[in-house]
Design a protein. Structure first.
Ligand code: ZN
Ligand code: ZN
Length: 412
């Protein structure tokens, strides 16, 4: 009897899934030319997507991956689309976050780094032939995440802007609001459990699960599923927000985890890491940043759990590509295991947020070396190390011969 029931339920469930997920996806694609306003309303008010995942806490996610399998089998029937690769570009934007995701023609940018990075991000996108974004996600309103958003919003046509509901009363936030107004874009705070298409990948919103006093905890968190592969982004969410994500019962396991809060000890709690159980993690931070990111505690956890670590401060822009089964990287993992904390200083001495390191130019010095990461900089680089710094009067050749690699930003 039980078997019989399953035989009937399974095909009809698959059919319903087709209705719920695949059909709205096609509608979206054909409605692409509509105005920003219209598209935003369409995807938020998309009842199919939202309800399917909302209805059942854990089941929501299971349904979502079933959908992936369903579309998998349709696309492997070949003829038209054989499924596109998904590429995730963790941009080297100094102390901040900005990640570009491309899946076929679909594009998404998560965060925009600080206001010095607008042109750099714009150029990166333009070089890749991107003039339009399907999604811009601003995880939370800190300057190292939204600073360059006005540039991106002004230069690119954007279908959907997702923002945390946390509001700030400062110039950076006001400039973002002005840019949105100028473009007549109404940002949306997506509800937890909603599912959005990104090419043949899907985005599942996992946070914020409530209102918080701290902007970091109010970060939008999301998983991107692409075939067998999952990427997890939690913005700067701290332990409290991580606990709330775990309590909500959604599947959190991921192959690639974008380390929360630039590898700060306030995120990536051991319990959360055990739930996510990633094979790899990517840390976005600047070399010699004043916060001491990444901190030793999460680094030690990554190491003891056998998680491969990639770091933009050491390796520049990091690109992970999923072909639905395997993930390939543009570089080998970092094996430095060097924390950014200045030795012997207490955490309380760390400079408060929104403070950018002041570059130091010393007379007669040709290059500045970082003796731990083995990178070298021009003396006027904006990203000079504060720890492990050594000023050099040697010429470029000798420094290269000593095994140093040039900083990607100042290109010495
Ligand atoms: Zn941040
Ligand atoms: Zn933050």
């Amino acid at each position: 009897m039980k078997k019989l029931k399953k035989i009937i339920i399974l095909p009809s469930a698959l059919f319903l899934l087709l209705l719920v997920f695949i059909i709205p996806k096609h509608l979206n694609a054909s409605g692409e030319k509509s105005t920003n306003d219209a598209t935003i309303t369409e995807s938020t008010a998309d009842p199919g997507n939202a309800t399917a995942a909302d209805n059942a806490t854990t089941a929501g996610y299971t349904t979502a991956s079933d959908y992936t399998t369903a579309s998998d089998t349709t696309s492997t029937d070949d003829t038209t689309t054989a499924g596109s690769n998904l590429s995730v570009h963790f941009l080297d934007v100094g102390q901040g976050d900005s990640t570009l995701i491309q899946c076929g023609d679909a594009t998404m940018l998560i965060d925009t780094a600080d206001d010095t990075m607008g042109t750099a991000i714009q150029n990166y996108l333009t070089k890749r032939g991107i003039d339009q974004l399907d999604y811009l996600i601003l995880t939370h309103p800190d300057a190292d995440h939204i600073g360059a958003a006005p540039v991106i919003i002004t230069k690119f046509a954007i279908d959907n802007v997702f923002m945390s509901d946390f509001q700030k009363d400062n110039r950076t936030y006001q400039k973002l609001r002005d840019a949105l107004d100028y473009r007549q874009i109404t940002p949306v705070t997506p509800s937890v459990g909603s599912v959005y298409p990104l090419g043949d990948a899907e985005i599942i919103i996992l946070a914020p699960n409530k209102t918080y006093d701290d902007p970091n905890n109010a970060s939008i968190a999301l998983a991107i599923n692409h075939g067998d592969n999952t990427f997890l982004f939690t913005g700067d969410a701290g332990e409290e927000a991580e606990d709330d994500m775990m309590a909500n019962g959604y599947e959190l396991s991921a192959d690639v985890y974008h380390a929360g809060h630039h590898g700060s000890r306030t995120s990536s709690s051991r319990a959360f890491l055990e739930r996510v159980a990633p094979a790899s993690t990517v840390i976005s931070c600047a070399e010699g940043n004043s916060y001491g990111h990444p901190h030793a505690e999460p680094l030690n956890n990554f190491r003891s759990m056998g998680i491969a670590v990639y770091r933009t401060d050491e390796q520049g822009t990091i690109v992970a590509t999923s072909d639905r089964q395997l993930i390939t990287w543009n570089t080998a993992p970092s094996d430095s295991w060097i924390a950014g904390e200045p030795q012997g200083s207490s955490p309380s001495s760390i400079t408060p947020p929104d403070d950018t390191p002041v570059p130091l130019v010393v007379e007669g010095v040709s290059y500045v070396l970082n003796v731990s990461s083995m990178k070298f900089h021009r003396a006027d680089c904006d990203y000079l190390p504060t720890a492990n710094r050594q000023d050099s009067t040697e010429d470029r050749e000798s420094i290269l011969q000593a095994g140093y690699t040039p900083c990607q930003r100042c290109d010495p």
